[in-house]
Design a protein around this ligand. Structure first.
Ligand code: GRF
Length: 204
């Protein structure tokens, strides 16, 4: 079967994106990175894309003032690169309605906690892990889910669990979860590529 064409949206470091690119290169993921989009011209994600020879696009409120123009540009870029599945990987913005409609049921996100707990507005970065520690949770771990109009809200596709350890700080817990994020995102996409997880709207 043809390789699944992935489009990435990432705002910062892009380590999840890199893990997926590496898995593609190693043949552990039957997919092909088609394009990387970032709202942040200085992001590690765009630098990594250029390094890997993957088309890299900076699309933001600066390049496209007005949410509709930006939404159109993002949607057109994904379409032009024949993206089949969109992977949010630390993307700090909402997707617009055009893009969501064009890719409904085919946009994935990874979140660093066990949704539905510790998700939604404000739950990003170290704040997520801080909240997990403050709640006295014994476990945490990443969630891969489908994206809808609300932050961290769509149906859960997969989760992995790690223990919360005595003496954990947000940073130590984040590092333990991030390691699992890289694996879980790769495994989930491979299940999609192999048809073990069927996505509405993905015709293969
Ligand atoms: C990850 O923790 C992910 O769960 C969240 O944003 C972070 C992105 O990290 N959505 P990276 O840019 O992939 O390193």
């Amino acid at each position: 079967m043809a390789l699944l064409r992935l489009g990435f949206l990432a705002s910062h470091n892009g380590s999840n994106m890199q893990a997926l690119i590496d898995a593609c290169k190693a043949g552990r993921l039957d997919a092909q990175p088609a394009v990387v989009i970032s709202n942040n011209s200085e992001s590690g994600a765009l630098a990594r894309a250029r390094q890997e020879g993957i088309p890299a696009c900076h699309l933001s409120g600066h390049t496209h003032p007005g949410p509709r123009a930006l939404d159109q540009a993002i949607c057109a870029t994904l379409t032009r690169h024949q993206v089949e599945v969109v992977c949010l990987a630390g993307y700090m913005k909402h997707l617009g309605p055009l893009t969501l409609a064009a890719y409904r049921g085919r946009v994935l996100n990874i979140h660093p906690a066990l949704l539905p707990k510790f998700g939604g507005e404000g739950f990003y970065g170290q704040a997520v892990h801080q909240a997990v520690l403050e709640a006295g949770e014994k476990e945490s771990g990443p969630t891969v889910h489908l994206v809808d109009e609300e932050y961290d809200h769509g149906p859960v596709l997969a989760q992995a669990r790690v223990p919360v350890l005595e003496g954990d700080t947000p940073a130590t817990l984040a590092a333990r979860v991030l390691e699992q994020e890289h694996q879980l995102y790769t495994e989930t996409l491979q299940k999609i590529a192999m048809g073990e997880i069927m996505l509405e709207g993905l015709k293969r």
